[in-house]
Design a protein around this ligand. Structure first.
Ligand code: SAM
Length: 262
């Protein structure tokens, strides 16, 4: 008897953002192959399972996709419930298709359990709807990232033409991306928000404009991050820019304040 492989979306990070269905399957899992961005609290939902890290984190060591596919097929021969736990939703920038096809080719049953993709969790943090009546009727999820050996991607036109756009795996090249989008005719005044570590304790939002993004080559982002573009962010970006300026002013004044006699 072959086991079944579940591709489960772990959500954006916070352990309570996994679905009830995903959590229930984790409780029964014999083995869990998990991504680098899966939080330890989420793994704790499978205390009985063998945990195997097959992490993928930009520019850090990652496990080869063919190795993951082979492991999933082999695990199905040993365990009744095999879980492939992916950050966010498995069907968005998660290489789910390769795993689904490898499992189908080996005759292994597979089921996908959706998760909260990071763009939706980050939108909740920003507190601004991706769509808005009369302002935004189209949303693009895109990435400029191309894997090794892949053809170049024409990601920019769809981002430049969407009312609202979210870029995954892009924060490391943000300035270059902004220049490409300006070249596509996107206004330099387009509001931009960067959300780092959505749903996690270190969550951070940065407000800017497309021109601001092009000029800032050192964003100091260390966690996973998304770039949001669009008119819907005008107010929020303005408030974030004002708050950051105020913080800078206070920081500049602090040493003088400390130096003042009491
Ligand atoms: C390989 S993609 C996986 C996306 C995932 N399948 C999803 O639905 O969110 C990894 C990228 O997702 C984004 N990401 C994942 N978790 C995030 C978080 N908690 N906050 C912000 N961005 C996140 C970042 O752009 C990161 O580089």
């Amino acid at each position: 008897m072959m086991g079944k492989v579940y591709l489960i979306g772990a959500g954006p990070g916070a352990a309570d953002l996994i679905t009830l269905r995903g959590a229930e399957i984790l409780k029964r899992a014999g083995v869990v192959f998990y991504d680098a961005l899966v939080h330890p609290d989420t793994l704790a939902l499978a205390p009985q399972a063998r945990l195997v890290a097959v992490g993928k984190r930009c520019s850090r060591i990652s496990t080869d996709q063919r190795f993951i596919n082979r492991n999933l097929v082999e695990a199905a021969a040993k365990y009744t419930v095999v879980v492939r736990l992916k950050g966010g939703d498995p069907m968005l920038f998660g290489r789910a298709q390769e795993e689904i096809e490898a499992l189908a080719a080996a005759g292994v049953a597979c089921e996908v359990v959706p998760g909260v993709t990071s763009a939706l969790a980050a939108s909740a943090e920003i507190g601004v709807s991706l769509t808005r009546r009369g302002v935004s009727r189209s949303v693009t999820f895109a990435t400029p990232r191309v894997g090794e050996g892949e053809d170049t991607s024409d990601w920019a036109p769809s981002v430049a033409s969407a009312d609202t756009a979210v870029l995954y795996m892009a924060a490391g090249q943000a300035a270059e991306i902004a220049r490409v989008l300006e070249g596509q005719g996107m206004s330099p005044a387009t509001p931009v928000i960067i959300v780092e570590s959505a749903s996690l304790p270190g969550v951070r939002q940065i407000g800017t404009t497309l021109r601001g993004l092009a000029e800032n080559t050192d964003l100091q982002i260390h966690g996973p991050a998304l770039l949001f573009f669009g008119e819907v962010y005008r107010e929020r970006a303005r408030a974030l820019i004002a708050a950051a300026l105020l913080e800078e002013e206070v920081a500049d004044e602090l040493p003088q304040r400390r130096a003042l006699p009491r």
